[in-house]
Every structure is written in structure tokens, then in C-alpha cells.
Design a protein around this ligand. Structure first.
Ligand SMILES: [Zn+2]
Length: 464
């Protein structure tokens, strides 16, 4: 019987799994040694939405038509919408394999709220607005989750950007422990051919504790990351033990993590360069479109893990002034100007620049006109204005990791046998390949002998 289990570990980072922590992860190191592994290059942008859905569909964000947790709904200045499962109009893995009669369990995969009825089970992710809502199909599943979890099933921690680190840590462990109880139960008790599940714990942990694991700042939290990776490693061992015979295992992440230096104020910078003109000099905080002089504004921005830039284009934006023919020129000008950026110590900051037309196979929806990774993701970005400096540091106490460009992929065709082995490669001898997010879906389809649709541009990962 064909069975493949994909364990998603949101934000699991290659530098930790394949190098720094490798020797202390007995199960993962065996699965890697007796399987294949690689860096999994994330999407542009490197964010949970759209990254997981790109993995699950084999399509890039341009093909999917969404680019983050929220997107522009139209070309007006302040009309964003929250991207949900309803925004997904393309087939995902469970649709493809379902058509061939294979059963799926889709568990906690980001952007599956609201859940859809599939041939199998779908439990939505941390983007479920409220646990009182229907977040799983079929409908009897929700009650069962609470029962098996032995305590309420926890969809996500209550707030991962909190100063109460003790509470956060406790919640992360409890969430993960309960979720793995269900996974271990379901692999044995349910009918399935493809099991796709995502655990959010590592992502929450990285954002909350990354700096403590990478400095002497607070001894209490210095081992928090390695301890949790070891905890996950143990749970993976128990899960594999519960697998039916012949189950193949894939472990992936949607992006990695790196140290966050601070926050760059993009709109203050655009104002200082004359690209963005604000009427009211006392205007501070979130950029209010009603206070922008759009007749003099060519570019504005917004923030997050990376920088989004929007051009104020004639006949596109309500008060656009840039001609279409000027877009290339302004793009090059902005790249040139931002390439001269230096941090507070005068060190040059190297950025990555992405244009939708170059980054995507096709462009649906409304992406930013340009995406910039400030300091190659060393810096987050805020769109707030009126700050005292272009670089801010206060936010790093509550969130101190940024996303990094590579996640992980591990494939093991016989995990039960691998875990029974004694031998293990040393980390120096690992062959770490390079793959892309869109390679995962065609690889799983090939496992089910389903031909790759023309729209999927990824390569099969050679798992033979
Ligand atoms: Zn993520």
C-alpha cells in the first residue's frame, strides 16, 4: 500500500538541523544519514503564507495569486484583505491524489481555514480565527481531537510576540505534545495514503528565543532551542514507531530563521528621499493614506519580515502620477538608492530585490511592485512614519528572529528500518542538496505515479 507522511516543521533551519544540533538529534540524524537531505529554498516572499501552499500545490505565489497573510484587494490605497483557503483556486496535493482514489489527512497546514471536505480528514491551521468555529472536516473530528489530545487540542500558542517568555515556552511544549499525540494515534487508527501535517512550535520558539540561544544575554534561555529540537526529535522517533509498515517519510520546512538586527523604517526613508510626500508633519505611526499627498507621491511602502514597495501609477492607482513607461526607471533608481544604505555604524547593507515579473511564472492577484529583503533579511521593516531613526531596535525583545531563505527537506523511504540502524554519517559527510519549494509537490505526485501537470515547474526530488 502506498503511504507517505510529510511532517512539516515551520521555520526548521538547515544550519541547526544539518550542523549545529545534528549530533544531538539521534532520530533525525539517522533519518538523514539513511535518506537524502537538502536545503529547501523558500518562496518570494519567505513567509508562511504563501510558502506552505506553494509546497502543497507545486505552484509559485504568482501562480497562486497571493503573496502574504494580507494582500491588496484592488489598486486603491488602503484596501487589503485577509488571504484564506477561499483564496486558493488551484488544486493542491490532496485534490490530485484524491482524484486517483487515495485518501489524505491534511493536518494544520497553513491556509486551510476554512476547511474543505476531502476524501479523508482536514484540520485547519493557526489561521483559524476562533476554535469555536468549524475548523475540521468531517464534523465529528473536532471533538475527537480534544479527546485524543488529553486536554484541549491547541491550534496555536495564544501570542508568540509576548514578553511573558515562561508562559510562551510552556504553551509551545503543550501544543506540540498534544498535536503529536493525535498524529501518533491517527497514523495507526485512520485510513490514509498521504498524511500532510505541520507543527508550528519551532517557528514560535525561534521568534521568541533566537537571540538567547545565540548570545550570553540570558542564561535561563540559552538552551531553549536545542532542548526543543531534541524534544521534537524524540516525538519523531515515537511517531515513526507508530507508522504502518512501508510508510515513507518526508520532513520539510517552509523557511529558515536568522538573527534579527532590528527594524528598518521604509516610509521614513522614502519621505527623506522625496518619493513619498505626507501633508501633515505631525503625522506619526501607521501611514494614513488620507494624509499623503498622492499628487506628489511616486512610491510608498509597507513592512513585515521584508519590504513591500508600491508605485503610484497613473490610470491604476486612484491618484497615480507615474507613467507606465517610467516604472523601469523608478525601479532602477530605488535599487540604486537603497543599495547605498548603511547601518548606524556606517556598514553597508546588502539587499535582495525581487520584481513579480521576474520572480513568478505568471502574475495573478496584486503583488507589491517590488519586494526588498533589507540586509538579506537581517532587518525587518515597518511602514510606520515619524520615527526618530531609520533603524529601530525596541521590537527585538519580543521577536528576535527573521525568516531566512532556506528551509529543510529530508526524505527517507524506510524510516522504521533507518531508526533501527546503529550507524550514522558525521555531519561533515552529509551531502546537502539544494531544492526548491515547488519541487515537493511533483515529488509526491511521482510517488503516487501521477503525472506532473504542466503548470508545476518544479523538479522531482530523486527519492529512489
Ligand atoms: Zn513559517
Amino acid at each position: 500500500m502506498k503511504r507517505i507522511f510529510l511532517l512539516g516543521l515551520d521555520c526548521a533551519t538547515p544550519q541547526l538541523v544539518f550542523d549545529q544540533y545534528y549530533d544531538r538529534l539521534p532520530n533525525l540524524s539517522k533519518l538523514i544519514s539513511h535518506g537524502i537531505c537538502g536545503n529547501l529554498e523558500t518562496t518570494v516572499p519567505p513567509v508562511t503564507v504563501p510558502a506552505w501552499m506553494s509546497m502543497m500545490t507545486g505552484l509559485d505565489p504568482g501562480q497562486l495569486g497571493f503573496f502574504g497573510f494580507t494582500d491588496r484587494a484592488d489598486y486603491s490605497y488602503d484596501n487589503n484583505y485577509i488571504v484564506t483557503h477561499k483564496s486558493l483556486s488551484r488544486d493542491a496535493l490532496w485534490d490530485h491524489v484524491g482524484k486517483k482514489g487515495y485518501k489524505s489527512i491534511v493536518f494544520n497546514v497553513p491556509l486551510t481555514y476554512p476547511p474543505r471536505a476531502i476524501d479523508g480528514i482536514m484540520v485547519s491551521s493557526f489561521l483559524t480565527p476562533d476554535k469555536e468555529l468549524v475548523y475540521a472536516t468531517p464534523s465529528n473530528i473536532q471533538e475527537e481531537l480534544d479527546e485524543i489530545a488529553d486536554g484541549d487540542y491547541i491550534i496555536d500558542v495564544s501570542n508568540f510576540r509576548t514578553t511573558d517568555k515562561e508562559k510562551l515556552l510552556e504553551e509551545i511544549y503543550e501544543m506540540t505534545r498534544r498535536r503529536f499525540k493525535i498524529l501518533t494515534n491517527y497514523v495507526k487508527k485512520k485510513e490514509w495514503n498521504m498524511f500532510l501535517s505541520v507543527e508550528m512550535g519551532i517557528d514560535r520558539l525561534h521568534h521568541g528565543f533566537w537571540r538567547y540561544a545565540h548570545s550570553d544575554e540570558d542564561a535561563r534561555y540559552q538552551n531553549v532551542l536545542i532542548d526543543y529540537y531534541m524534544f521534537i526529535d524524540t516525538l519523531i522517533g515515537e511517531l515513526v514507531e507508530a507508522f504502518p509498515e512501508d510508510t515513507q517519510l518526508m520532513i520539510t520546512s517552509d523557511h529558515g530563521a536568522k538573527t534579527l538586527q532590528g527594524t528598518f523604517c521604509i516610509n521614513d526613508w522614502l519621505i527623506s528621499k522625496g518619493y513619498l510626500v505626507v501633508e501633515d508633519s505631525n503625522h506619526k505611526g501607521r501611514l494614513n493614506p488620507n494624509k499623503v499627498n498622492w499628487k506628489k507621491t511616486r512610491v510608498w511602502g509597507s513592512g513585515g519580515y521584508y519590504c513591500k514597495l508600491y508605485f503610484n501609477v497613473k490610470d491604476r492607482e486612484p491618484e497615480g502620477i507615474l507613467e507606465y513607461s517610467e516604472i523601469n526607471e523608478i525601479t532602477n533608481e530605488i535599487i540604486h538608492e537603497l543599495s547605498g544604505l548603511c547601518d548606524l555604524d556606517g556598514n553597508p547593507i546588502t539587499n535582495d530585490y525581487f520584481l513579480p515579473k521576474d520572480s513568478y511564472e505568471e502574475v495573478n492577484g496584486i503583488p507589491p511592485d517590488m519586494m526588498v529583503y533589507i540586509g538579506q533579511l537581517d532587518w525587518r521593516v515597518t511602514g510606520n512614519i515619524g520615527n526618530d531613526h531609520l533603524f529601530l531596535f525596541e521590537d527585538t525583545a519580543i521577536d528576535n528572529a527573521n525568516h531566512d531563505k532556506n528551509g529543510i527537506v529530508i526524505f527517507n523511504s524506510n524510516p522504521k528500518v533507518s531508526l533501527a540502524q546503529e550507524d550514522c554519517l558525521s555531519k561533515e559527510n552529509l551531502q546537502i542538496n539544494q531544492y526548491q519549494m515547488i519541487d515537493v509537490a511533483p515529488t509526491i505526485l511521482k510517488y503516487f505515479d501521477i503525472p506532473k501537470p504542466d503548470t508545476m515547474k518544479g523538479q522531482n526530488i530523486n527519492i529512489e
